[in-house]
Design a protein around this ligand. Structure first.
Ligand code: FAD
Length: 431
């Protein structure tokens, strides 16, 4: 073709950050081409593997992402682990610019004795299990106990508590995996405690504005202090499952059963606040409380990991050091989403920050700060991957898997029954 080649851009990760960055680039540059690399066989990151099954409306963003992926200037390259199958430096050599949007895949450890006992899970793994994340499909949590303790009071903790407490019948028509539904149907968990180090004024549920925080606080106080009306009291008395928030408690030790084989409780250090406002910190008072339980889910945060030794990484903040998405000290390298900001914020926050990264990249392109001259783009990477025995999957491959999932869900009235086994997925694609 005699037409001048547009900029070849590579995005790593196909969650909201990857897709929103791509959307911005394609919309604001008429000739930009974007390849999205993804380690999973399937796209959409935490929209598929994080967002709770009983919040289907949140997943509508997938429609927009699908439109982006179907553009003839965009290609999805699934089943490619960047940092293992291909180095970031190889991507940098093949493309005019590289955007890292690979999220926050690790969980924050509790770092307390007993954490390794059977019956203790990260909320991340538990969420991955009920949402069909291949690596968590064997989790098989034992829900035969009557009390579960969730450590941490963020949105993820609330999701997990809700899934544990919702009558399974109410989840039957969601995209929760059939295996998880089976385990939840057998669950004997009756009580869920959601434990936090600080107090009701510092809870980490997503509250964007001071006015909303004030309303939440009023609601918490009213619920805690007012006597319920007759109808509500009767409803509470007949409830078979209950939950509660426990404030000013910090996990100190997971307590083993007498035979040492599994968790039997958790020792919490009682804390009090020191300092004021957002900076208030929880300090131990010296008192402790033992809470018997058969299941501990730690929901104290997700964490990004470095994926390539040649990319700067701030281990303390768990982010790639950057200025508005430009990776510090590495021209042509950008980041967006949780790996840029840290693992907080909803999809809308991720959208805003990804558009900003896209804008910075296009500004640099316009200012002549990115390499000039043609770049081979995927042609070069395809050759490398093939020499390494890696077989990428395309977006139309995903559409085949998607159709299969939807058809498997139909009989049960579910939007889809997720495929859990990558080997089976590859077989379905004729690989
Ligand atoms: P991710 O969505 O994690 O995407 C990162 C992608 O990169 C993944 O697909 C991953 O597989 C891929 N990747 C990782 N490493 C590599 C590699 N080495 N090579 C190639 N690809 C790689 N927000 C809401 O608005 N509403 C909700 O209801 C909601 N519920 C949530 C529930 C949970 C349990 C969690 C954890 C989050 C929830 N969020 C919700 C927040 C929302 O999911 C995030 O804001 C958003 O997903 C962050 O986008 P991201 O693209 O940075 O990361």
């Amino acid at each position: 073709s005699t037409q001048e080649q547009g900029p070849q851009i590579c995005v790593v990760g196909s969650g909201p950050a990857g897709f929103y960055t791509t959307q911005h680039l394609l919309k604001h540059h008429p000739r930009a081409h974007v390849d999205i690399y993804e380690k999973q066989l399937v796209p959409f990151g935490l929209v598929r593997f994080g967002v709770a099954p009983d919040h289907p409306e949140v997943k509508n963003v997938i429609n927009t992402f699908t439109q982006t992926a179907r553009s003839d200037r965009c290609a999805f390259r699934g089943n490619v682990v960047v940092g293992r199958d291909v180095a970031v430096s190889e991507l940098q050599a093949a493309y005019h610019a590289v955007v890292l949007s690979y999220g926050a895949e690790d969980h924050q450890a509790l770092e307390i004795p007993g954490e390794e006992l059977p019956g203790v899970f990260s909320a991340r793994a538990f969420v991955g299990w009920y949402n069909g994340l291949p690596e968590n499909r064997e989790l098989a949590p034992d829900l035969s106990c009557d009390t579960a303790v969730i450590l941490g009071q963020g949105n993820v903790a609330l999701d997990v508590a809700r899934i544990l407490l919702t009558p399974p019948g109410h989840l039957e028509k969601t995209d929760i995996t059939e295996a998880a539904l089976g385990v939840l149907r057998q669950s004997r968990v009756k009580t869920v405690w959601i434990v936090g180090r600080r107090g009701p004024l510092q809870v980490a549920f997503t509250i964007k504005l001071p006015r909303q925080r004030k309303r939440l606080t009023e609601l918490l106080l009213r619920t805690a202090t007012e006597k319920p009306g007759a109808e509500e009291a009767a409803r509470q008395a007949s409830a078979t499952r209950t939950w509660g928030l426990r404030f000013f408690r910090s996990p100190q030790q997971v307590l083993p059963s007498p035979d040492g084989q599994r968790v039997a409780g958790i020792r919490l250090a009682v804390t009090r606040l020191e300092g004021v406002g957002e900076a208030a910190r929880a300090a131990p008072t010296g008192d402790t409380e033992d809470l018997p339980c058969g299941l501990v889910l730690s929901s104290v945060g997700y964490k990004s990991r470095p994926i390539d030794p040649n990319v700067p990484f701030d281990p303390k903040l768990g982010v790639i050091p950057n200025m508005e998405g430009r990776v510090l000290g590495v021209p042509g390298l950008y980041c967006s989403g949780w790996v840029k900001r840290g693992p907080t914020g909803v999809i809308a926050t991720t959208m805003t920050d990804s558009f900003l990264t896209g804008q910075m990249l296009l500004q640099d392109l316009k200012a002549g700060l990115l390499p000039s001259g043609p770049r081979p783009g995927y042609a070069a990477i395809e050759a490398l991957l093939s020499s390494r025995g890696v077989q990428p999957v395309s977006f139309s491959d995903w559409e085949k898997l998607d159709a299969e999932e939807v058809s498997r869900g139909k009989g049960a009235g579910k939007p889809r029954e997720k495929l859990l086994d990558p080997q089976e997925m590859l077989r379905l694609l004729g690989r």
